[in-house]
Design a protein around this ligand. Sequence first.
Ligand code: UDP
Length: 380
Amino acid sequence: MRNFDILIIGCGISGAVLAERYASVGKRVLVLERRNHIGGNCYDYVDENGILVSKYGAHLFHTNDESVWEYVNRFASWYPWEHKVLARVGEKTVPIPVNIDTVNMLFGKSIQGEEEMSQWLEKNRIPFKNPKNGEEAVLNRVGLELYEKMFKHYTKKQWDKFPAELDASVLERIPVRLNHDDRYFSDTFQALPAGGYTKMFEKILAHENIEVRLNTDYFDVMHLYKNYDKLFYTGPIDRYFEFKHSLCEKLEYRSINFVTETVDRPFFQENSVVNYPGTEVAFTRIIEYKHFGNQRSNKTTIVKEFTVDDGEPYYPVPNPRNQHIFEKYKADAEKLTDVYFVGRLANYKYFNMDQAFKNALDLFTSLEEVCLEHLVTAGR
Ligand code: UDP
């Protein structure tokens, strides 16, 4: 006899949210997680310097969606955190997104207000009506000089592709500001969970109907778990189908090599994240976790991020070639019954955290509505 109704593969945002939602309506949920921890790439822990660090890179929560904000507040108390990023461009350190100060500092200008900034951008930008790729998107917004200094090489380091080889949406994630606003995001809700994300996941999963099995690769044990009402798969979609379309065309992912160092002084850099958009170093950015939540310690932990081809797949690579391959897997996925593909890797989409929450919540709602309709039409 089976002891679960819902089988979930992967215990990141999508898996944990679906587990919680189904448990809340009385379903028994089994979550299989390949890694030795919950939380997916949001996983954080206190390191040997007493600092809360994220194992897979900084995760900054931001959303305009009130329902997502309400949902995450059930499982953590959140403190306001407006993320800021600096970029070392040659000898200078400037804010990113590009704002008035970025332009003034890099080009020795003295722009004062929005109108002057608009004029500067108008003079420098290279207009494209519908930018077809990341290069056109950046040129259209800020012009060639800023493109070269801040975007071209950073993108090459991050994706091993130049912006011209990526969808416009990748580079359009970063706005351009006409004022002095130096926040990375402008969403209504920007915050971090007190005590960290792992604690929040523990709370999401703390339900008697949920069982989580760590260190369990679904593909090693799938023959044992064939009897489910619904299966939610949150891993890479091509792995589910045993890479069947990959003989000539493999879906690309980017991974990150996180190189951690302890520095024996109270702080290493002036901000949590400093980007290195030039070619002088191979890493893209340095994260100093101590800044998040103003943590205290005699030492500090810094992490340099080197993006690489091989390793844990973190980022899908959005461009027409990969989308084309993904569509083939998606068509296979649609043929399956009671199997759902959820999240960044299964949908091959560059989701932010709030989008991952929203998608999982919406999927649950849509499936439950179908169930309810079914019960009503069956006269039960
Ligand atoms: N980007 C860049 N220079 C920067 C920061 C970002 O060229 O200093 C580009 C790069 O292509 C990156 C994309 O903008 O992948 C999106 O940046 P974001 O900070 O959203 O990336 P993430 O935090 O998801 O790695």
